[in-house]
Ligand binder design. Sequence first.
Ligand SMILES: Cc1ncc(C[n+]2csc(CCOP(=O)(O)OP(=O)(O)O)c2C)c(N)n1
Ligand SMILES: [Mg+2]
Length: 561
Amino acid sequence: MKNQFDGGKALVEAFRQLGVEYILSSPGTEWAPVWEAMADQIHRKKSGPKLLDVWHETLAVDIASGYTLATGRLQAVLLHAGAGLLQGAMGIHGAFVTGVPMVVISGESMTYGEQPEFDPGAQWIGNLSIVGGTTHLVNSIVKYRSVAGSVHTLYESVIRAGEMAQRQPTGPVYLSVSTETLMDAWTPPANPRKIPSAPRLLTAPEDIEKLAGLLSKAKRPVVLTEGAGQEVETYEALVALCEKFALPVVEKPGALFANFPKNHSLYQGTDIKPFWNEMDLAIVVRARVPWYPPSNRPPKAVVAIVDEAPHNMAMAYQNNQADIYLEGDAAQTLRDLANVATVDKAAVEARRKELVAAHDAIIEKRNAAQTAARKKTPIDPVWVCASLNAVMPRDAIYIDEVTTHTALLRQHLVWNQPQSLFTRQGGLGQGLGLSLGIKLGKPERQVVTLIGDGAFLYNPVLGSLGAARDYKLPTMAVVFNNKKYAAMQGMHQKMYPDGIAAEIDLYHGTHINPPDFVKVAECVGGYGEQVTDPEKLQDALKRGLEANQNGKPAIIDVIVT
Ligand SMILES: Cc1ncc(C[n+]2csc(CCOP(=O)(O)OP(=O)(O)O)c2C)c(N)n1
Ligand SMILES: [Mg+2]
């Protein structure tokens, strides 16, 4: 048995030093050196990263993303040549948009069979090469891309890629590594250094002072957030700040995470309108587009933006309308602000009273809508949310990949713990992979993907179900099945309200003749059920839960309006 020190080992060693727990991959022959290194690691009973092979590259990237979102820890992805990179691009773009740190590697053969005594395979010359190299393929969807062109620089290049990915603004980093480099002989470093974690960069004290001064005097301050709940720490810091100063919290309608307990009396839903005209201070905590259209700023408010990196590198246009940037670790910024600002007791308590009443009114409206939705057929999506509230464990994690139902889902689904919601970013087709990654990171929690019928079909469905089965990641998909891409029809109607399609009721880009989702679940030994009767929905969800508890993936296909 040969014990080779080559580029494959260099790569795995670098991942080990970075603390990578999972290498997500979809195979290609160039990874044989890494497979050797993995076999060697297992054979020697050495601890280190685990390699998970899945059937589609979008899935590989999204599992890595989901895991990192759930745990905060960087992972690695190995894709096959330019072809695999193109398949994975959807997930890489999603990671770039949400700032998920990740090291992505793919590569090509550089010798095309011309190197004496090395045959990489004829597929490279005929089928796989990308003119100009693979880095071009990810030009605008990663924060850094380069070639690690020699085995002598490979180890440090991978470590540097991991370090860069975790610096603000965090995001995916891509390296192109050739088959030949992976196979070249490598000398490990004599004294490998321990890789320090990325430093926390803090908001300058003078900026904290400035905002604290404004907050101490503000009569109508409002917190608006899209992503405060990314980590438990920031979620908790926001709750503490808001409680101390009686600050109303409004979430963006498509918020990325669960940012605030929904039953908290300061939680004011997703509609900023009631506050818009009178607010005198807007504390915007991680929101890429605080309001829309973006130039539409609240007329009387000073706008303060709290974010580690408020200028999102993945966006072609942004218009924050900021008067103050508090640019640094968001959790610490919120804690510092709470410590430095002063409480005007009478004003704060008066505000708290008003907000409790407004919150109660929201809950009352929510409950009334849920009761009214109960008996409708086809099933009202509001009733789907009410049923999920009734059946799912209190700490269930939801992944949102619905489209036209998003707004009502955010109004009606209840969670009161951090990390209860994650949202697919970038194009459709990633919800199932994200869910698996989140389940991998949080195996003790129930994971439920809420997904449109259209969105479901964009996903690598069989690969996702196969990975759920093979890696024991039982999650439930609840399909909001209206048998169409309702969003397409809605936009068509909006753009051509008096058009021919509206007149003769003929819509292109709308109708779906979906497959039998029950059979789809069953094809990997999972549990599937279609529900058309609102009275039977909760029992169906319970059966889905039971299947998950028995280690099986589940699809509950709900026919909705
Ligand atoms: C990869 C990708 N292709 C196409 C689209 C355009 N698109 C946005 S929403 C949508 C329809 C989604 O259908 P479904 O999940 O059933 O939700 P519904 O519109 O019915 O609420 C489509 C096709 C997209 N966002 N991403
Ligand atoms: Mg649909």
